[in-house]
Ligand binder design. Structure first.
Ligand code: CAO
Length: 432
């Protein structure tokens, strides 16, 4: 019975066995890797010096071995292992003498024996490791057995990993980083929006493709962000504006200014925002606090031929309804004709969207972040309202208050909405 011994490890001694690559009873051929050792600096395959059957393995994983130490007993060469030996051509490896009683020749750091050289050693030519991954692609990779073992354990296809070591040798960290990156990407992919399929509509009938205006494209982006990032709810209400409308009509007959309904609503809204500061606020970027604004700048959605624009009227709470009316007319005209400058559209703390001049009974406006709420107006209509004794015709204005539910609770929204209703129903209440 021959003994297999650890070859000359040079200056390194007492190196740990990290893997045993064969088991007792295996027929092995000469040069077959039997042990894998790993020191601080290198991973080393220990090949059998001769063919035979592994009768007994004398070491175990975790043991530290030194040059000349016997690690296995080999029984006589079987026909199969002899044949295998003949088929393996490894001219670069110095064959050790068959005798187990003396240490073998020093192992040259050839491609087939030293699969991961010490960092301070001169670089070797790229090697092909003997402990190969099962795939042929990873066979041709430059990676040590320990790295290959790790890759196998983690289910990593080594051919996909970019090596950061000398001559692109794949290191353990490369495999670990690859796994981290894949996990991260997988997490993001789950969060990502499903892609709307690109359909060729021409297969169903004639089509025309019209490019979207810059404004529409910007709106599309802003609305997508708003809808994806703000958990929003819409609170509906109605305000009896019969008296307000009578006042508006009277004022329009008396003065040179043409009052529409919107400036009255803006004024009442500004007063409500003073009453409910959390509606005139923004969430901090980290979502940990609320930034209350001591100014009331109201964005007003304006329908223009090129798309929706939202100019901002500043300090609405400090202005008269006449001032608001004039300002709104000017800025809406500017939006529809010469266009708005960036400052015209910046700094809003709350928005109003009025579709009352067009029609509809209700709609759900989308909060314009970082604002936390928006008010929508639909068309006021005469409705039969029960006054306690009978139905009377009243002009009812539909209100739609959308709000960011992270900041505003439903009860607060209902109170805000009711306060606005009370101001619109009786403007004198704003004086109190
Ligand atoms: N109910 C009944 N009548 C209403 C009303 C309402 N809620 N709101 C306005 N009106 C009346 C006005 O009082 C005016 O009547 P008169 O001509 O008899 O005086 C008429 O409708 C015209 O209103 P308007 O909408 O042209 O003007 P406005 O001052 O009321 O509104 C503005 C100004 C800029 C808000 C409006 O012109 C506009 O662009 N609205 C569209 C906003 C929009 O697109 N929102 C959607 C955003 S999301 O895509």
């Amino acid at each position: 019975m021959n003994r297999l011994v650890i070859p000359d490890l040079g200056s390194a001694d007492a190196i740990e066995i990290i893997e045993i690559l064969a088991k007792e009873g295996d027929s092995i051929h000469a040069d077959q890797a039997i042990l894998m050792l790993e020191s601080d600096k290198a991973t080393i395959e220990v090949p059998a010096e001769q063919a035979g059957t592994l009768a007994k393995i004398l070491v175990k994983v975790g043991d530290k071995v030194s040059s000349g130490q016997a690690y296995a007993e080999l029984s006589a060469t079987t026909a199969a292992s002899q044949q295998a030996t003949e088929q393996i051509a490894t001219p670069a490896v110095s064959k050790a003498p068959a005798s187990a009683s003396t240490p073998t020749q020093p192992i040259e750091p050839t491609p087939s024996t030293l699969v991961s050289q010490p960092i301070e050693s001169p670089p070797l030519a790229p090697t092909k490791t003997k402990l190969a991954d099962t795939s042929s692609a990873s066979d041709s990779l430059y990676a040590g057995p320990a790295v290959r073992k790790l890759a196998r354990e983690l289910g990593v296809e080594l051919s996909l990993v970019v090596g950061s070591g000398l001559r692109a040798r794949i290191q353990k960290e490369d495999v670990q980083n690859f796994v981290k990156q894949r996990l991260h990407t997988a997490g993001r992919a789950e969060m990502a929006l499903p892609v709307v399929p690109d359909v060729d509509f021409s297969q169903f009938g004639p089509i025309a493709t019209v490019p979207l205006s810059k404004i529409k494209r910007a709106t599309a982006k802003a609305m997508t962000v708003a809808n994806l990032t703000v958990p929003q709810v819409t609170q509906f209400d109605q305000a009896d504006i019969t008296e307000l409308e009578a006042l508006r009509v009277a004022l329009n007959q008396e003065q040179g200014v043409k009052f529409s309904l919107v400036p009255f609503v803006l004024k009442a809204l500004a007063r409500c925002l003073e009453d409910f500061p959390s509606f005139n606020a923004s969430l901090s970027a980290d979502g940990e606090s609320l930034i209350l604004k001591n100014y009331i700048h109201l964005g007003v959605a304006v329908d223009t031929p090129k798309g929706l624009l939202v100019p901002v009227l500043r300090d609405v709470n400090t202005k008269s309804i006449t001032e608001i009316t004039k300002e709104l007319q000017q800025i809406a005209e500017k939006a529809r004709t010469t266009g708005l400058s960036l400052p015209d559209m910046q700094g809003g703390s709350f928005s109003l969207s009025s579709l009352g001049g067009i029609g509809g009974t209700a709609f759900t406006p989308i909060v314009n972040p970082p604002e936390v709420a928006i008010l929508g107006l639909s068309k006021a209509r005469q409705q039969p309202i029960w006054d306690g004794q009978g139905f009377v015709p009243r002009l009812m204005l539909p209100l739609s208050l959308s709000y960011d539910h992270r900041v505003i609770d439903g009860a607060e929204a209902a109170r805000f909405s009711q306060r606005l209703v009370s101001y619109l129903q009786d403007l004198r209440r704003m004086l109190i």
